[in-house]
Design a binder for this molecule. Structure first.
Ligand code: ADP
Length: 513
């Protein structure tokens, strides 16, 4: 019989031992040794089992000797010995005299004499992940108090075995993940919550010249910009952003927060694409500029023909067609030149603009069209001025493009809702309509230049479209430090949301726009 105080003492020592090292065999070896000494057993064994109940290792211990780890096939005991019985029944067993216990199987190569034994399972969530056995050459050496103590120790050891299994599993998964990252053709970094680089794939080491890991992100060249960009991404709950490196490269940086791993950052080098885009813009800008003057001359002469000459009916139709098409070309050219200016960052001196007034004015401008199409227009604007620092012309372009699209694509009798919401630091402009809705595949391309959704046309055939309106909205919004996106469902409608940083709140009386 083991006294209660001794039991408590040994349980305490075992608990302490289990936290001393991550090496499972070492920890369990020491725990087994403690158990053998505390119970007075002559030998003790700890069998570690895999998911199928096969013995993977056996740790052996006897008093005054260090423990040892044996890897041998003792499946025989597991299939029909006392150990197997404990494994199947998931509770401990006491054999006070093994010679009369039919569950006992003597191993053929065993040189030890055993008369009494006890075995307890290492049980974790209905799974036996190991067995602890104690042996003595004297019969009836062990009693229920030994069994209870061994069960207490085994339940603690089971937690350690489970933790070690999970640790190995996570380590294995992490290594496979790192192998995958290493095969990726772009720099990938793993960054912990303290902004330290804890992993850099081969491409990151080469391309960003990272020589070692476990260093602060700020310690690498470009780390500062990257750190700022990551902060922005986290604040905005977005998952990618462009970062300009000091050597002229441009990366599209995307992040993914992975539990237990930190943040995985992928840097896609888009320098080449940016150069192509800039060349294309330059080309379009030059052509547009060169077309502007001849077009003005064509329109001027067409106006003269229309007003000063007595034209036949066919002649009138031809001149009207010339003017119509030339006007459409002028709109396209002006939008292209506008876009080029916005992208080049050419802007009037920024001023404090009241978006509430701008929205009001734009919606009023479209009242004729909305009346004609019997649209219900709901304006939801705050009482106070919503102030944005920028150009009122550019902000009007943003609102106007969104409202004109809603009017253009929403069929007769539809509903358009324009709202402004202001919080501490941002102003949200939302234009919602009950138009045709935009398919998910098209939504990601919507803000690209010249993109038009196939099969979505203005509900009035005379209204022309250039496919540039939303690119202008995006360029202006991003230039002002904001963002724009769409949520839409085919057959239900679309909502375009544009968020701009607000300047401050002031009463409508001191506003400017
Ligand atoms: P545009 O209207 O001149 O074609 P935009 O860049 O403003 O150019 O819009 C691009 C395309 O997005 C449009 O051609 C249209 O297919 C689609 N679109 C824009 N706004 C809406 C909307 N409110 N509802 C449905 N489709 C829209």
């Amino acid at each position: 019989m083991i006294p209660y105080a001794a039991t408590a003492d040994i349980i305490y020592k075992v608990a302490r031992q289990l936290n001393t090292s991550l090496d499972l065999e070492e920890v369990l070896g020491k725990v087994l040794h403690l158990t053998v000494e505390a119970t007075g057993a002559e030998r003790g064994s700890l069998f570690l089992l895999d998911d199928e109940g096969h013995v993977t290792r056996q740790i052996q211990s006897s008093p005054h000797k260090p423990y040892k780890v044996v890897r041998r096939n003792i499946q025989e005991v597991m299939s029909h010995g006392l150990a197997g019985w404990v494994y199947r029944h998931q509770h401990g067993a006491l054999a006070t005299d093994v010679t009369t216990d039919e569950r006992w199987v003597q191993l053929p190569d065993s040189t030890h004499e055993t008369r009494s034994a006890l075995i307890v399972p290492l049980l974790r969530q209905d799974t036996v992940n190991g067995l602890l056995s104690l042996h003595h050459s004297q019969k009836r050496f062990f009693d229920e108090s030994h069994l209870a103590l061994a069960a207490g120790i085994a339940s603690q050891a089971a937690v350690a075995v489970e933790n070690a299994r999970l640790f190995t599993q996570i380590k294995g998964e992490r290594e496979s993940l790192y192998m995958l990252f290493n095969a990726m053709p772009m720099p990938v970094l793993e960054i912990d919550t303290e902004s330290n680089i804890i992993f850099a794939n081969q491409m990151a080491r080469q391309s960003l010249q990272i020589k070692e890991v476990n260093i602060p992100l700020m310690a690498i060249e470009g780390g500062n910009q990257l750190n700022l960009a990551l902060g922005k991404l986290h604040r905005r709950a977005e998952n990618h952003i462009e970062v300009h490196w000091s050597d002229g490269r441009v990366f599209n940086v995307s992040i993914n927060d992975v539990p237990q791993l930190g943040t995985v950052v992928a840097l896609d080098d888009i320098t080449h694409l940016k150069e192509l885009d800039s060349m294309k813009s330059q080309f379009v800008q030059t052509v547009s500029h060169d077309l502007k003057n001849p077009l003005a001359i064509i329109m001027g002469f067409a106006e003269v023909l229309k007003t000063d000459l007595d034209l036949s009916e066919t002649g009138q139709t031809c001149v009207d067609s010339i003017l119509n098409n030339a006007t459409q070309m002028r709109v396209l050219i002006e939008e292209l030149l506008d876009l080029a200016e916005i992208e080049a960052g050419i802007d009037d001196t920024p001023e404090s603009c009241n978006l509430t007034n701008i929205v009001n004015a734009v919606v009023t401008n479209y009242s004729l069209q909305t009346k004609k199409k019997k649209h219900t227009v709901v304006l939801d604007l705050p009482q106070e001025a919503c102030l944005v620092q920028g150009s009122s012309v550019r902000l009007s372009q943003v609102v106007s493009n969104l409202v004109s699209n809603a009017v253009k694509y929403t069929p007769n009798d539809g509903k358009i809702n324009v709202s402004l919401i202001q919080n501490d630091s941002e102003i949200w402009l939302q234009v919602a309509d009950t138009g045709p809705g935009i398919p998910p595949a098209a939504q990601s391309q919507l803000f690209q230049k010249f993109y038009r959704v196939p099969d979505i046309h203005a509900s009035d055939s005379y209204v022309k479209s250039t496919g540039l309106g939303l690119s202008i909205v995006k360029a202006i919004t991003e230039d002002y430090g904001g963002r724009v996106w769409v949520t839409s469902e085919v057959g239900v409608g679309s909502t375009f949301a544009c968020v701009l940083p607000c300047k401050s709140t002031m009463s409508t009386s001191d506003e400017t726009d």
